[in-house]
Design a protein around this ligand. Structure first.
Ligand SMILES: Cc1cc2nc3c(=O)[nH]c(=O)nc-3n(C[C@H](O)[C@H](O)[C@H](O)COP(=O)(O)OP(=O)(O)OC[C@H]3O[C@@H](n4cnc5c(N)ncnc54)[C@H](O)[C@@H]3O)c2cc1C
Length: 463
């Protein structure tokens, strides 16, 4: 039965109680007006401008448990911030309590066991830095400022995904603070139902304070990008699609329509070959020869270089409105639609991206984890970005128009981590969780019956 807690504004919490919380935490507590408050409430998407009544900047699992109990006892709306990268902006609430994991940066690598344990505020840049010290890595996001927490809980794709599966497939265990303030470990042997839900089901069930991952030997890779003029977009995307159909797991290619810094529309193939360099060169040769890039920036680089290759183009603070859809196959007709839609893009900061799937992603059973989109060939993402808030309408309209235009080719499934701001309605949540939606509702009802974590990706307990 749902006993949803009524929302009390955090501003109504008396100073004595806030002071007591301050004293009890290893971290800090911020209220509007405090030094650092505005910085702490700034997330990746500049469109989201919310003001929590309280921010608990936690440094440990104990801090998180205290903050959860504090919020629960006072009936506050609570949001949880990991890396703060999610475009939908669920990490931050208006008027409630934001449990901020940003200060939780601990990472410990066990090189012999090839595992790493990292706290919930770690970003992929920080994680890769530590694991690469030992020549190890796991699948992580392609922009290094993204948090490991939200990305892993929603699934997690990256350059290593076709070799080693999603980030969530590499999760061994997690420490979780539940809605009642208790702390549990979830793994294949302990709280296995929760462990299943954490691997793709989002942050619905509790606050994950640390993640333990399986690591793989990864050092240098063949990576970078091939660039072509926009007039070749259709031909290049077709060639890449044909190439991808028989590409080995070690090869990942993303097709991107974007605008160059000089203002010209271009098509890019982003490449990562995670294997011996000479082998990668040989395997890539047919694609290079058939498409003749105007700039060939693919070379042997370190994994950390590949992981930070795109960072400069993704600063915090721009207006972001993204929509996505998984695609089964990529027909000539679908490619033509993408090219035509990009021709009319209103902002030079926007891009259309085809993220290649297959390989190890597809070798995990559809319901083995709560991430179910294993069979699709591409994740298509409309990355819509602009600088001036006054330009929101035309950019959002363009995004929706592109999304509408690809519907004839769409699978009906969407990646929960790419849900757009303000569109987390029941249909899209169902599209994100597909056949495991009811199982996730049952799990939510067991672990969070009062819907305390109500902002975290929107699975509601059953009534
Ligand atoms: C520029 C950019 C690039 C991206 N690239 C990739 C990519 O390559 N691969 C990919 O898979 N995804 C990618 N994403 C999507 C990314 O996976 C999501 O944005 C993800 O939610 C980010 O995690 P975070 O911790 O930074 O986010 P946050 O905004 O902090 O959190 C996201 C959600 O998870 C919840 N949450 C956060 N931490 C916890 C926790 N410890 N316990 C419980 N709940 C928590 C939050 O409450 C929120 O609902 C990208 C996004 C952006 C903006």
């Amino acid at each position: 039965m749902t006993l949803e807690i009524p929302a009390t504004p955090a501003a109504d919490v008396d100073d004595a109680a806030v002071d007591a919380l301050r004293v009890s935490l290893g971290g800090t507590v911020l209220r509007p007006g405090d030094a650092g408050y505005d910085e702490a409430r700034t997330i990746f998407n500049g469109m989201i401008d919310r003001k929590p009544g309280l921010i608990a900047r936690c440094t440990s699992t104990g801090d998180v448990a205290k903050a959860v109990r504090f919020g629960r006892e006072r009936g506050l709306v609570v949001s949880v911030r990991g890396g703060g990268h999610n475009v939908a902006g669920n990490a931050i609430c208006d008027g409630g309590l934001m449990i901020d994991l940003t200060p939780m940066k601990g990472i410990r690598v066990d090189p012999a066991a090839r595992t790493a344990r990292a706290q919930g505020g770690v970003t992929w840049r920080e994680f890769d830095r530590e694991t690469q010290t030992y020549g190890l890595a796991t699948t992580g996001g392609a922009i290094s400022s993204t948090g490991i927490a939200g990305l892993t809980l929603g699934g997690g794709f990256g350059w290593l995904g076709r070799s080693y599966g999603m980030s969530c497939d590499n999760l061994i265990s997690a420490d979780v603070v539940l809605a009642n303030g208790s702390v549990v470990t979830a793994s294949a042997d302990e709280n296995a139902d929760l462990f299943w839900g954490l691997r793709g089901g989002g942050g619905n069930f509790g606050v994950v304070t640390s993640f333990e991952y399986r690591l793989h030997p990864v050092t240098s890779i063949l990576g970078g990008m091939l660039l072509y003029p926009f007039e070749q977009a259709g031909a290049v995307l077709r060639a890449a699609r044909d190439f991808n159909q028989s590409a080995p797991d070690e090869m990942s290619i993303f097709g991107v329509l974007l605008t160059s810094p000089e203002g010209a529309k271009v098509v890019a193939l982003l490449v990562c070959y995670n294997g011996p360099i000479e082998q990668g060169e040989a395997r890539l040769r047919p694609l290079r020869e058939s498409t003749k890039p105007m700039a060939d920036l693919v070379a042997p680089i370190t994994y950390e270089q590949q992981q930070t290759l795109l960072d400069e183009g993704f600063p915090f603070g721009l207006q972001n409105y993204w929509k996505s859809e998984f695609l089964k196959g990529l027909s000539d007709e679908a490619i033509d639609v993408l090219v035509e839609q990009f021709r009319i893009v209103p902002s030079p900061l926007s891009a259309l991206v085809l993220e290649q799937f297959g390989g190890a992603y597809a070798r995990v059973g559809a319901e083995e984890t709560a991430f179910v989109h294993r069979d699709w060939d591409y994740n298509f993402v409309i990355i819509s970005r602009w600088a001036d808030p006054a330009e929101a309408e035309q950019n959002i309209q363009w995004t929706r128009g592109v999304w509408q235009a690809v519907q004839p080719f769409a699978s009906g499934g969407v990646y929960v981590n790419y849900l757009e701001p303000g569109q987390e309605g029941a249909d899209r949540i169902r599209a994100a969780y597909g056949p495991v939606y009811d199982r996730l509702v049952a799990l939510k009802t067991k672990y969070d019956p009062s819907n305390f974590f109500r902002l975290n990706q929107n699975i509601k307990p059953s009534a």
